[in-house]
Design a protein around this ligand. Sequence first.
Ligand SMILES: [Zn+2]
Length: 222
Amino acid sequence: MRLVLLGPPGAGKGTLAALLKESLELVHISTGDMLREEIKKETATGRAAKKFIEKGELVPDEFVIRLIEKKLTSDKRVAQGYLLDGFPRTRKQAEDLDRILRQIQQPLDYVLYMESTLPVIIQRLGGRRVCKNCGALYHLHNKPSKKEKVCDLCGGEVYQRADDNEATIRTRMDVYLKSTRPVIDYYKVQGKLKKLDGDKDSEEVQVALMQIFHEDHKLNKH
Ligand SMILES: [Zn+2]
């Protein structure tokens, strides 16, 4: 199954992605993770991307497309199916993705859109904490680490990302909705869009999604 997962930051994409990855054995392709990896390695792409991310702005298409194209054409594991997370975010990116997928003759099965409201998103992201070392996610109220500011898994430092404060969250949401509307419309026309309620918890969302897959007889073939 080849899926795209859309939704504003904090709509619960990450948690759903983890569930789908496990239940359907999909490769999770997150442009956010790939970019953070570039930043960590201090590559040229990473240094350029960092400036945009810190301001709550989108990283320009050309950087992201290059990372995606490399992944889809050179990583053999993607043949078993994948979940694209955080991409495409603009109509231009959606068109570029279709171009890449036509070349390798692997069209998308679905585009999943997680819809979520601003108060829910602020509550989720404002309390979010991340391990600096392994990337494990925590939440001040829903999932605190056992010891304050220390990762349960690796002992690394657990911190609040610079772009997880309320003002930046509002900016990210505005930027997201403005730029993503054309992407939503693009896939709606193709008949591939499925809307999911991101205000619900991820187990409920997953159940709803599995129902869609079963109804379309998508689960037995890859
Ligand atoms: Zn850790």
